[in-house]
Each structure stands twice: as C-alpha cells, then as structure tokens.
Design a protein around this ligand. Structure first.
Ligand code: HEC
Length: 114
C-alpha cells in the first residue's frame, strides 16, 4: 500500500498557517495600542481625537476614508505632512486593528489607561 496520500496530507497541513488571516493583536497588545493612540496620536489629533495639529479622527470621518487609505495613512504616514508612518512601531495587524477601532469609534471612555 502506498503511503503517499498520508505524506501529502501532512504536507498540506504545514501550509495552513500561511493561509490563515493575519491574527488580531491579543488583549495585552490591544491595551498597549489603545494607550499609544490616546497618547501618541492624541498629541497631534487631540487627547480626545477631536483634532489639533492633525484633523479629528471621528468615526464619521474615518468611515468616509476607504479602509485601505486609512490603513496606509497609519502604516506609512502622509509624506509631505507632519503625519508620520508608524510601521517601525507597530505591525500591519496592529495598524489594521487600529483602523477598525477608529472606524468603530475609538474607545476613549473606558479601558486600561483611563
Ligand atoms: C506629529 C503629529 C501627528 C501624529 C503623532 C499623528 N498624526 Fe495623524 N495626522 C497628522 C496630520 C498633520 C494629518 C493631516 C495630513 C494631511 O494633511 O493629509 C494627519 C492625518 C491623519 C489621518 C487622516 C485623517 C483624514 O481626515 O484624512 C489619520 C487617519 C491619522 N492621521 C491617524 C493617526 C494615527 C492613528 C496616529 C497614531 C498612530 C497619528 N495619526 C499620529 C499628524 C499626526
């Protein structure tokens, strides 16, 4: 009897992680990211993200921006403006999570750094 089918099955399992979607940051990382957005993003966008040097990051405005542009703005920044890219500090999964939170209305009222 040939063992090849079993071998192929095992090999196919090894590829599974590559197909899985990028993992969402875990609870601890989420808490760090919330703190970072409030403090670092807040230093330009306002402590309540209602605007400062940078525009307000309101839910309405964030939903007006196509998700990919929002993600690119956070990850790469906006060249020629003070908006810095954050890719040296956060992963793409982190940036994706932040973009989703901004579009959902960033949590300001509760959470670890209250
Ligand atoms: C040094 C100041 C500064 C910091 C820090 C900063 N931003 Fe910005 N941001 C800006 C400025 C200025 C703009 C406007 C850029 C432009 O003119 O297009 C901007 C634009 C944006 C936009 C697009 C808003 C719109 O209405 O088009 C988003 C989204 C954004 N920032 C998110 C973030 C996030 C998230 C962080 C933290 C991870 C952050 N910013 C940190 C200055 C900053």
């Amino acid at each position: 009897m040939s063992r090849r089918p079993l071998l192929l099955f095992v090999l196919s399992l090894a590829w599974l992680p590559a197909w899985a979607p990028a993992a969402e940051p875990g609870p601890e990382r989420q808490a760090q990211l919330i703190r970072m957005v409030r403090q670092d993003c807040g230093s330009c966008h306002g402590i309540r993200l209602t605007g400062g040097l940078g525009p307000a990051l309101s839910r309405e405005r964030m939903l007006d921006i196509p998700f990919d542009s929002l993600l690119a703005t956070i990850y790469n920044g906006r060249p020629g403006t003070p908006m810095p890219g954050w890719k040296s500090m956060i992963s793409e999964a982190d940036a994706t999570w932040i973009a989703h939170q901004l579009q959902a209305g960033f949590p300001l009222e509760s959470g670890p750094s209250r």
